[in-house]
Write a protein that binds this ligand. Sequence first.
Ligand SMILES: *Cc1c(COP(=O)(O)O)cnc(C)c1O
Length: 408
Amino acid sequence: MTLERARQLDATDPLRFARERFALPEGMIYLDGNSLGALPKATPHHLADVVERQWGQDLINSWNRHGWIEWPMRIAAKLAPIVGARPSELLIADSTTVNLFKLLAAAMKARPDRRVILTEEGNFPTDAYAAEAVASLMPGIRVDTRPKNELLEVLDGEVGVLFLTHVNYRTGARHDMVELNRAAHDAGALTLWDLSHTAGALAVDLNASEADLAVGCGYKYLNGGPGAPAFLFVADHFQPVLESPIPGWMGDRNPFAFAHLHTPADGIRRFLTGTPSILALAALEAGLDTFDGVRIADVERKAESLADFFLESVQALCGSQLMLPALCPFSDRGSHVSVGHPEGYAVMQALIAEGIIGDFRPPDLMRFGFAPLYNSHLDAWSAATVLSQILATRAWDKAHFRQRQTVT
Ligand SMILES: *Cc1c(COP(=O)(O)O)cnc(C)c1O
């Protein structure tokens, strides 16, 4: 695991052209694209155009002239090859949390014979909150939260929805989507996948794995900008039977009829609520365009190469001082690597002071996210090298590195 090896791997990387699409700060090694994706070079100009020409000049006409009304569906279609879905099954709307709530409630309402939302311990808190909120509003429904190894055991005729995050936000552990979809269907349950740490980093295939429902984040590997709207997926054959629990006029069959009673639109548009944020959609579109001409299989292959190269470098340089994840097959992991250290917070602050940007998740995990479109093996090598120096010199052991901030 040498500098030379990193350079060799980068020289033969089929995605090396994609890094040019991003405006990365000079001297920074950014390994937090799993929290906030980097700024695409095209975004500022595209946003300025939408603001000045479309909003500024064409004003209300833009809903028709620039097709704003179709953007939540048109832009979602760009996700189709990234998540392995048909364009008609995808929508950009709201936040991940709101979409989770909408799809969970819709699915449980469509299965009145089922009482249980089955989910996993250690999920991202907002996912658990959304599930509990749905259960608290629907009499008789409860959430059953289990460790990963118990999920199959309790997947029975009571379960309406098996609701999982594909790649765990802390540990990076990945579920087998094909196996779990099959097991859920055998039990007569639907599946809902949170793809927040998957979309844009791994070659997920919602259609081939026969997933029913999914949501995911626009501001992580999809590079849509801070607070970008999220996406949702509803398999075509479920769309006629699922209804949003937050019906809004934008999801109505005819919003401009101003009818007193709501009739859900045909197709995926029924999951829109209120007026979409056009500026946020514009930024997300520029983010999705960074995947132009990129094969998602190459993205996953590079994610594996980066994560493995980093893990092996860290193992070689500072193995004994860190709690490293077990090196399982990549099909069981995602594109971020979490390494443990009892003073992980301070170590990460010392790394950030050296221009290596990762993040920290309590109690002791340092996360290093590898975004295949713009991270290189040289980035991974540099991060491992600086980390080993910080550990060797105890450079992290300073009061200002231990001082916790609210957002890290
Ligand atoms: C990032 C993330 C979210 C974010 O939810 P928002 O409502 O978009 O803020 C949700 N779930 C998981 C698993 C995440 O990683």
